[in-house]
Design a protein around this ligand. Structure first.
Ligand SMILES: C[S@@+](CC[C@H](N)C(=O)[O-])C[C@H]1O[C@@H](n2cnc3c(N)ncnc32)[C@H](O)[C@@H]1O
Length: 302
């Protein structure tokens, strides 16, 4: 059963959340074939990047408590990647909370009785305090209005049980140093790729696994534009989240999808380049967490 906890959605009349919810219900979590969602257009699905992305997903699991009663997945979506399902393997239940009912139906199809499914808002968690032995939230806080994001972290901290730990994957967006530096090179490379495709009279390929034949309607769905996000920078986190015990900012993934698509090529040693980047990330997790695209914001309940 999926529980609709409207008490958790007090500010759903805020246009932003309503728009985000409608986007995921009608576009983001619509299937486009082969177990893929429209949302996959924001990931690099080419084989050359697979190992790097897989290892970055595993990183989250390394920082979460391995066992416990309840793991809260705040903004679970449909739990779309196998590594992501693994985070709750040692827990009795994974509590999936999401604003999108379609996301939760898909999540329920995936993990069935291992899950509890709650429609709710991460800025107003519909749970009592001190309930969760672990908390994970990937790519969700940035969908909140800027002035509600600090409140979501307060809610995460409140819901955690003493002694437990949370991992939140966030994005610095354009504020990340490496994103700013690579902005123009990426644009030029994409321009060359588009020109090359046009000269050969080919439609620019949607970056989906080979063999995905999409009908015209699905192609339009894939191209649909995204929804609201707001990304604070490193300084904002340091200044506003310092109340969180054991606050640590480590790298989740340096490379954005745009960087991967532009710079990583199978024929130019792409896999080795990514292994090297991963190696650097492992050695300099705090620096890369600061200058790369996606940090993990990790904290404890004291
Ligand atoms: C980019 S998806 C990430 C899903 C999943 N965590 C993942 O990494 O695959 C963001 C998810 O957050 C959900 N979401 C957005 N705003 C939310 C809010 N205020 N409260 C709860 N969920 C929210 C969306 O419905 C969507 O499923």
């Amino acid at each position: 059963m999926i529980k609709e906890v409207h008490a958790g959605l007090p500010s759903m009349d805020s246009g932003v959340k309503q728009a985000v919810r409608e986007f995921y219900d009608s576009v983001g979590w619509r299937g486009i074939g082969e177990g893929l969602y429209q949302n996959a257009r924001y990931e690099d699905l080419r084989p050359v990047s697979r190992e790097y992305i897989h290892r970055c997903h595993e990183r989250v699991g390394r920082h979460l408590p391995r066992t416990g009663k309840y793991l809260l997945d705040a903004g679970s979506g449909p739990i779309q990647y196998p590594e992501y399902i693994e985070y709750s393997a040692g827990y009795e239940k994974r509590v999936c909370l999401d604003i999108s009912i379609l996301a939760l139906r898909e999540a329920r199809d995936r993990i069935g009785g291992h899950g509890l499914f709650v429609v709710g808002d991460i800025a107003n968690l519909p749970f009592r305090s001190d309930r969760f032995d672990g908390l994970v939230s990937l790519h969700t806080v940035h969908h909140l209005p800027a002035d509600e994001q600090g409140g979501a972290f307060r809610e995460f901290h409140r819901a955690l049980a003493p002694g437990s730990k949370a991992v939140v994957v966030y994005s610095w967006g354009d504020r990340a140093l490496l994103v700013r530096i690579s902005h123009w090179p990426i644009r030029w490379i994409h321009w060359v790729i588009r020109l090359h495709a046009r000269l050969r009279g080919r439609e620019l390929e949607l970056q989906l696994p080979s063999g995905s034949a999409l009908d015209d309607g699905t192609k339009e769905l894939v191209k649909a534009s995204g929804t609201y996000t707001y990304k604070h920078g490193y300084t904002w986190v340091r200044e506003n989240l310092d109340f969180l015990p054991g606050l640590e900012i480590r790298v989740w993934r340096t490379m954005s999808t745009a960087m991967l698509r532009a710079f990583i090529r199978e024929h130019f040693g792409g896999r080795f380049v990514l292994r090297f980047i991963y190696w650097v990330e492992e050695r300099l997790p705090h620096l890369m967490g600061r200058i790369g695209q996606y940090p993990m914001i990790i904290f404890r309940k004291g």
